[in-house]
Every structure is written in structure tokens, then in C-alpha cells.
Design a protein around this ligand. Structure first.
Ligand code: DHB
Ligand code: MG
Length: 227
């Protein structure tokens, strides 16, 4: 069982339910399991989405009919593989990773999952890579260094179109998000990000708290409104 990022008294129960759901709805998958193992062996932080969250991202790709996906923060490519698999024929996911070693592990995981052809993995700081990209993207998943979330939102908007879905991971952080005095740069980044979303008349959004094998966290989801 993984160590939750934000544990609580009930962490074991949440993880047990996650495991029950995963066995039912996304059973053993050798490429995905191998990627988590490679990430652990490579010393990558265990910040991957959970299997049920990966499946949720895949379903979002399917439900939106997204053909072009942008992921900010590849890590070892676990969520990348989930979303890449859900793409239609001719679809692609551009994913950005700033740590060369993480990108190297991700490249192998992506190849092992047989989705290399659909994945455009860019190595570099997202704020350097984003200006090189051409939109529009249909779906954006922001899951990198949280202090830069406000800038990632600005770039996502530049690379979006009306109807683009923007998802941001880790906006609850064990409840720390409500602490307006927090000195934690991750919390501050997430709070500014959420405030920007709330104040942007072009966006309609919700935020959902989650419990499971990662503990207590959640994601924000926004859609760019039609003009
Ligand atoms: C952290 C980052 C993540 O993307 C995640 O899913 C969990 C935790 C972190 O930086 O603490
Ligand atoms: Mg995350």
C-alpha cells in the first residue's frame, strides 16, 4: 500500500476502498504497474495519480473527445499513459517535465506502454517550453510544481479555446488550502491559482475533494466558456 501524501486516521480505510474500486474498474495492468515500479526504482517521488484518478483523467479525455492534450508535469509518465491510451486515432498528448532523470524514466515507461507515437515529451522547465507550443489544446492537466500554478494557468488560457477543460491536481493538500496565512509555497501557489480561476470571467469551475490511497486531496476542474 502506498504512503498517503496527506494521511489521516482513516487513511487505511480510504486506501482499502480505492483498492476495491481499482480491482473492479481498472484491474491489473502490466504496463502501468511496471511504470510505478520503474518510478520507485528510479527514486522518483511517489506523486503519481492513483489508478482511479488516472482512469478519471482517461474518462475526461474520452468524454470531452479531446484530440490534443497538454500535461504540465510528466513525472514518470503514469498519468500520461492513462490519458494517451484514451486518445482517439491521430490524437496526441504533449507533456512537459523539467527534471531530465524523470523524463528519461517517463520515456521508457511510455515506450513500454506502447504509446510513444501519441506522446510528445518535452524536457525543460514548463515556463520555457510553454511559449514554444501552439494551441489550441482540448484538455490541460496541471500537475507540476505548485508555486508556478498561477503562471501555468495563464499559459493554459493562452493555449486554450472555448470549451477547453483545465484540471489542476492537489488543490486540497490535506486541508492546508484553507490556511490563508500559510507560508508553504505550494499552498500559496494553489490558493492564488484558485483565486485566479474564480476571478476569471472566461472560466467556469468546480473543485472536488478526494480521499483514497493518496490521503486527502482533490482537484479543480474548469471549462473555458464560449464567448
Ligand atoms: C505533491 C505533488 C503532487 O503532484 C501530488 O499529486 C501529491 C503531492 C507535492 O508536491 O506535495
Ligand atoms: Mg499531483
Amino acid at each position: 500500500m502506498r504512503t498517503p501524501d496527506y494521511p489521516s486516521r482513516d487513511s487505511d480505510d480510504w486506501a482499502k476502498v480505492d483498492s476495491y474500486f481499482t480491482d473492479l474498474l481498472a484491474p491489473a495492468d502490466s504496463a502501468l504497474e511496471a511504470s510505478l515500479e520503474a518510478n520507485a526504482n528510479g527514486g522518483l517521488p511517489a506523486y503519481d495519480v492513483s489508478p482511479m484518478q488516472g482512469k478519471m483523467l482517461a474518462l475526461f479525455v474520452t468524454m470531452t473527445g479531446a484530440k490534443r492534450v497538454l500535461e504540465i508535469g510528466t513525472l514518470g509518465g503514469y498519468s500520461t499513459i492513462w490519458m494517451a491510451r484514451a486518445l482517439p486515432e491521430g490524437g496526441s498528448i504533449t507533456t512537459i517535465e523539467s527534471v531530465a532523470h524523470h523524463a528519461e524514466v517517463a520515456r521508457k515507461n511510455i515506450a513500454n506502454a506502447g504509446v510513444t507515437e501519441r506522446v510528445d515529451l518535452r524536457v525543460g522547465a514548463a515556463l520555457d517550453v510553454l511559449p514554444e507550443l501552439t494551441g489550441p489544446f482540448d484538455l490541460v492537466f496541471i500537475d507540476a510544481d505548485k508555486p508556478n500554478n498561477p503562471s501555468y494557468l495563464e499559459w493554459s488560457m493562452k493555449l486554450a479555446r472555448p470549451g477547453t477543460v483545465i484540471i489542476g491536481d492537489n488543490v486540497v493538500r490535506g486541508g492546508a488550502v484553507t490556511d490563508s496565512d500559510s507560508r508553504d509555497p505550494n499552498v500559496r501557489g494553489v490558493r492564488t491559482f484558485l483565486e485566479m480561476i474564480s476571478e476569471d470571467p472566461r472560466l467556469e469551475a468546480t473543485a472536488i475533494q478526494t480521499v483514497g490511497e493518496k490521503g486527502w486531496d482533490g482537484f479543480v476542474m474548469a471549462v473555458v466558456k464560449a464567448r
